[in-house]
Design a binder for this molecule. Sequence first.
Ligand code: ATP
Length: 464
Amino acid sequence: MLNGVAAQTDAPVQGRIAAIRGGVVDIAFEGAVPHIHELLYVGDKALEVASLIGQRMVRAVALSPVRGLGLGMTVRATGGPIKVPVGDPVLGRMLNVFGAPIDGRPAPHATHHRSIHQNPPKLSDRVLHSEILETGIKAIDLLSPIERGGKTGLFGGAGVGKTVLITELINNTVQHYKGVSLFCGIGERSREAEELYREMGEAGVRDKTVMLFGQMNEAPGVRFLVGQTALTMAEYFRDDKGQDVLLLIDNIFRFVQAGAEVSGLMGRMPSRVGYQPTLATELAGLEERITSTSRGAITSVQAVYVPADDFTDPAAAHIFSHLSASVVLSRKRASEGLYPAVDPLASASVMLAPAVVGQRHYDIARAVRRTLADYEDLRDIIAMLGLEELSSADRATVARARRLERFLTQPFFTTESFSNAEGRRVPIAKTLDGCEEILNQTKFDQPESAYYMIGGLDELGANA
Ligand SMILES: Nc1ncnc2c1ncn2[C@@H]1O[C@H](COP(=O)(O)OP(=O)(O)OP(=O)(O)O)[C@@H](O)[C@H]1O
């Protein structure tokens, strides 16, 4: 068993645990040494090779709790990376990072299995669509339209409504989406996974959806890899079946955070703000796989937790650079009850251009932004001197802005149980008509409150 010749025999490669530090395990091999990304087992506990630290020593990241592991225990190499089932049998299922069921049903009967580590498509294979995915959510469709085949981020600090918004998006788009949907939960509460599974069932969309979870209670290695599992399944639908895929990720920040945990356990020096030095490459390794080719499109919507509401945080800033649209949720709006708490001035999309959405939509969106920006500027004066001191033109601006702000709120289907209001899906045409009407008015018959939590302006009277 000298110089790795054991690899040429059929004897399984075996090693022994030499050290355990948190979720990182060093293993000494006598003969052949496993490769990077190879899956190892100690009993039923899984590990993945992360680095080769000496001639006979590998450092592996635990994908199961390390409780019960001890020095000298036998480690079995499997000869390859994690492979997960792909294709139609995974539809309607709730699975973990290994593609194993967590919905209490038997394992999916898949004929194809794929390694979760894949390269992104070649640059020459990529395509851009310049088409909109209508969500029926007024603030998003108007100000930050989602690109079909592109990547959209939902940014926000703790508790401003990212999960509610992504659930509403599922509710509004999955039913109308031609293709399959994939939900990937990374590092969030398990309770949310259970709720989502039930909601998908109620909405009748479960059998064209795959749900993957690596939640907060799981090992950092799992949270780090579950996104790759999701992409592997998405790529099969896109490349082998030529289907369009809607990929929803809650929360991509937790992927970066898991990478930082793993990096720390591996003993690497942290970089800016304590993040791993490999943050940019790790993120690109995942984000670059989320792309559309001539065979099929992957449209992704990713919730992004923004630590301490600081948008200059390196993780948030790096994620931002991969996106074609960003919906920013603001704490101030949430605190005023203006849900969804979309910040109209900070949210943006490359799709908001006359050539894509049309001149009228573009002009209305700009006018809405300008009105709301002017109102922001006037707020200080109003606070100091009162509304009466403003010119009549400024007062009209304020009246329009406050009605626009309220008109851009909307009752959600997913919040019906606690908001006592029926959800609304508003077609973009109605949103545009409504905003245009408010922008063109100088005198209003209805009070501001009549514009709050309605669908189109045709509901105005009903709310008063
Ligand atoms: N559209 C909405 N309508 C009414 N209430 C909402 C809406 N969006 C969010 N909320 C309120 O805000 C709370 C927090 O929302 P949510 O869990 O989506 O936040 P989050 O940003 O995902 O938070 P975390 O970072 O903690 O996961 C909800 O429980 C709900 O009370």
